[in-house]
Design a protein around this ligand. Structure first.
Ligand SMILES: Cc1ncc(COP(=O)(O)O)c(C=O)c1O
Length: 402
């Protein structure tokens, strides 16, 4: 009975989602499916026994930090540790620059609450992370897409008039692309010239498989020894560096921005789990993230190579793609202009493989030619089998489109 009652408010909210998103969110229930859609880490990379030791120690030695309501801004020891970890020559951070958030996702949500007006303009690297689009949807923003890799891209024109700019400079979700050093400098200069906040969302910044890490825009925008006051709002997370279940993230920004985000957090969750913060602090302090990183990089590099080799064998002629130098995704664009990747998703599911179609990364849902393929979750044999299934599904979808 309750199910048949029409509630206009809920109906409006539910109508905001599309059935492509629904389809791929429920795909996990299909038996035997090879899931190459999510952005999921490999569970064996999580140092479970170290973390359980740290968890037990955290509760027994720090019951106040772990079991009480904590400070809104986060535990001071973790804020200090993050400030020290991200400070660099020319970039001076203190705990006033740091807010601990419940995952990077919460930081995106709080940014929408604090920096964005109803219908406000966001200059966003395009295509854009689905979670960010979802977080800002209640404000019904307007998007100005930024195609940083295109010849003639003008960062000042892109940022002017926007309430903030949004980028994932290290191995973007969904394209896996890296924003080059010159573009990073230019975005920072444009943010300073236009007075626009520059959100640097960086979950993949440790996952470099080839070459040395590029400097963060946060670091490039540092101005010396006084507390950071620059335009970058940097977002970090433990999700890809350690484990996503902790739901620990952090925002680093000018103290004024942090204070505003804290006010929004008060109406959101009051505080991030003290237990998880304490474990995060102790894991960083013990060098656990540095200890596991070489194995994580070796495993993911192998999987990236396995996926790209299988794509070269089976998707050659059907898609174009670039081999990413880090992160978790390959972005592939169909050669057949008639191939709609929303339709391909359904065909792929029927063939036992799941990929993410590009429409979900476009605020208007218009981009229907590309797909995002994850390579971190499955071993090389599964990746190869997933690609074989995808090739068959692509031929079937193209035949139907013709
Ligand atoms: C670009 C980007 N930003 C933010 C997040 C949020 O991550 P979390 O909430 O797990 O920290 C993700 C997760 O995949 C992501 O890809």
């Amino acid at each position: 009975m309750a199910h048949s009652v029409q509630r206009p408010k809920l109906a409006r909210w539910l109508a905001e989602t599309n059935d492509v998103t629904q389809t791929f969110l429920s795909a996990g229930l299909i038996p035997g499916l090879i899931n190459m859609a999510g952005g999921l880490p490999e569970p064996t990379t999580w140092p479970a026994s170290d973390l359980s030791t740290l968890a037990a120690k955290a509760v027994s030695e720090h019951p106040g930090d772990t079991l009480a309501y904590g400070p809104l801004e986060g535990l001071p020891i973790l804020r200090d540790l993050i400030a020290a970890r991200f400070s660099a020559p020319g970039l001076s951070l203190t705990r006033e620059n740091v807010l601990i958030t419940t995952g990077g996702m919460q930081a995106l949500d709080l940014i929408g609450k604090v920096l964005l007006d109803q219908g406000g303009l966001i200059a966003a690297q395009s295509p854009a992370y689905l979670g960010a689009l979802d977080a800002w949807k209640p404000r019904h923003p307007t998007y100005r897409p930024m195609y940083l890799e295109r010849e003639g891209f003008d960062p000042v024109a892109a940022l002017r008039g926007a309430q903030f700019a949004y980028t994932v400079p290290n191995f973007s979700n969904p394209t896996g692309r890296l924003v080059g050093l010159e573009d990073r400098h230019q975005l920072v200069a444009a943010a300073e010239a236009t007075g626009t906040w520059l959100v640097e969302d960086d979950p993949y910044g440790t996952l470099y498989y080839d070459g040395a890490p590029l400097p963060r825009m946060l670091t490039l925008s540092g101005k010396g020894d006084s507390t950071y006051e620059g335009p970058v709002v940097y977002l970090g997370t433990l999700s890809k560096e350690l484990a996503p279940g902790f739901r620990i993230g952090w925002a680093i920004a000018a103290p004024e921005v942090i204070r505003a985000l804290v006010t929004a957090k008060q109406g959101s969750d009051m505080c991030t789990s003290g237990l998880c913060q304490r474990i995060a602090h102790d894991a960083f302090a013990a060098g656990l993230t540095e200890r596991i990183l070489p194995n994580v990089l070796a495993l993911y590099r192998l999987r990236r190579d396995a996926l790209c080799a299988a794509m070269a064998d089976h998707l050659h002629g059907l898609f174009d793609w670039e081999v990413p130098s880090g992160g978790m995704f390959v972005w592939a664009t169909a050669r057949d202009p008639e191939l709609n990747t929303d339709v391909l998703l359904r065909e792929a599911l029927a063939h036992g493989v799941c990929i993410t179609p590009s429409s979900v990364f476009d605020p208007e849902g218009r981009n229907r030619r590309s797909i995002r393929i994850n390579f971190t979750l499955n071993d090389p044999d599964k990746l190869a089998e997933g690609v074989r299934r995808l090739a068959k599904a692509t031929l079937a979808a193209s035949a139907k489109a013709a």
